[in-house]
Design a protein around this ligand. Structure first.
Ligand code: NZQ
Ligand code: ZN
Length: 390
């Protein structure tokens, strides 16, 4: 079991009507002029934005608005937000939405006090030393950005999708009302479930085998997500099931399920290239690549995959070898993805096979021109990446 440092400073206010407390909380965290940042239409259509504005106004807090964040948020919108915040002397960024809006808000928050271009951070050319406070009203459980230290931004120039992480990105507070997620379409719901499970699995597939508490939490999250996915796809307004998914989304990515383990993160790395190249939903991209990753690496530690098969996927333990049990678990996971209408290959993801040129480009970017390997469960070089994409 590895030593660890667990830091999860975000104040979570969970439950019905929590969004109406936003003004009170901004005041508590000393915001005086807020940027309300949001996406396309969902927050406006549901009336959530009006609730947020009303709560800010009744607490005497001034604000400006910037909508239009798209899934796989773009650096161009981040730059627009930085300019607006400087002009309006904003001192607090409030994201009303999901991972894309929160990540865009975080990028704005480090960009405002920085003299250079914000993309420098994502290219590892600069290190953030100061950041405006960020908080969120969450509308989709998936990315876990409401408690994570990360932000993932896409630059259309070069189709690059890059992440940056700092503890300064941790939200001051996250307001989570499961009722706000009733309007999620089945596809976004399923993508969210995949992402939540994958944040858990990236940390679970580890060579550390002796952290029973962490494994127990991880397996419970994974089993619960499998069950709740079917419930909410069948009954979108099932509050209790939506609530399990929402809370799991935060626990899966606030590092709790990584205490004592070493995360792998290859599936995420490989997926970021898919999103960068094809602008697909992150969760669907993860589902499309995971089975190929798992088959490429499970022999490094078949017993770990066999444990997953039995404890999470409900596979019987009657096989002759851990390898067979492991493979049965991988197949069961792919059947689950199909059952919630998620792809298990790139052709299923984008409607056609990726070309060799596209595969090589993704592997080249991911491996930094064949100079860098990814993954801790098994290190993968550029050729391994090519084979997984194929
Ligand atoms: O734009 P609107 O109209 O709001 O529609 C959104 C969007 O189209 C819609 N939506 C959100 N809440 C809704 C709703 N529709 C109906 N009812 C609601 N209540 O859902 C669509 C997807 O939203 P998005 O924010 O893109 O989804 P998600 O939360 O999955 O975020 C994905 C992004 O997060 C990044 C991903 O790479 C991707 O860019 N990630 C961020 C991480 C982090 N910061 O820690 C970690 C993750 O691994 C991930 O990489
Ligand atoms: Zn993810």
């Amino acid at each position: 079991m590895k030593d660890f440092n667990y830091y999860a400073p975000t104040e979570v206010v969970f439950g019905r009507d929590s969004e109406s407390k936003v003004g009170e909380l901004v005041r508590k965290y000393q915001g005086t002029k807020v940027l309300v940042h949001y996406g396309g239409q969902s927050a406006e259509r549901s009336g959530l934005l009006d609730t947020v504005f009303h709560s800010l106004e009744s607490n005497g807090i001034d604000y400006v608005k910037l909508g239009g964040v798209v899934p796989n948020p773009r650096v161009a919108k981040v730059r627009e937000g930085i300019a607006l915040c400087r002009k309006e002397h904003v001192d607090f960024i409030l994201a009303v939405g999901g991972g894309s809006v929160i990540d865009s808000a975080k990028a704005i928050a480090i960009g405002v006090p920085y003299e250079g271009d914000v993309w420098d951070f994502y290219l590892r050319k600069a290190v953030a030393t100061t950041c405006l406070p960020v908080a969120t009203v969450l509308t989709i459980p998936a990315a876990g950005s409401e408690m994570s230290n990360g932000s993932v931004i896409t630059n259309d120039e070069g189709k690059l999708k890059k992440d940056y992480g700092t503890d300064m990105f941790r939200c001051k507070f996250a307001l989570m009302n499961p009722e706000l997620t009733f309007t999620l379409p089945p596809y976004q719901t399923a993508c969210g479930v995949v992402d939540i499970m994958m944040h858990t699995m990236e940390r679970y597939f580890s060579h550390e085998d002796d952290m029973e508490v962490t494994d127990g939490i991880a397996e419970s999250i994974l089993r619960t997500m499998k069950e709740m996915a079917f419930k909410v796809l069948h009954t979108p307004n099932d509050y209790v099931s939506r609530a399990q998914i929402m809370w799991a989304g935060s626990l899966a990515h606030n590092d709790l399920t990584g205490c004592g383990t070493v995360g792998d993160w290859s599936t995420h790395r490989l997926e970021h290239e898919l999103s960068g190249m094809f602008d697909v939903a992150h969760g669907a991209g993860l589902a499309s690549i995971w089975g190929s990753w798992a088959r490429a690496v499970y022999k490094m530690r078949p017993t770990r995959f066999a444990r997953f098969a039995v404890n999470v996927m409900g596979v019987s333990n009657n096989f002759n070898s851990p390898e067979q049990t492991a493979l049965a678990g991988i197949e069961a996971m792919e059947r689950f993805y199909h059952a919630i209408d998620m792809p298990i290959s790139i052709p299923e993801l984008i409607g056609r096979p990726a070309t060799e040129e596209e595969i090589l480009t993704m592997a080249r970017i991911c491996s930094e021109n064949d100079s860098y390997s990814i993954g801790a469960f098994k290190a993968l070089n550029m050729q391994d990446m090519v084979e997984i994409y194929r």
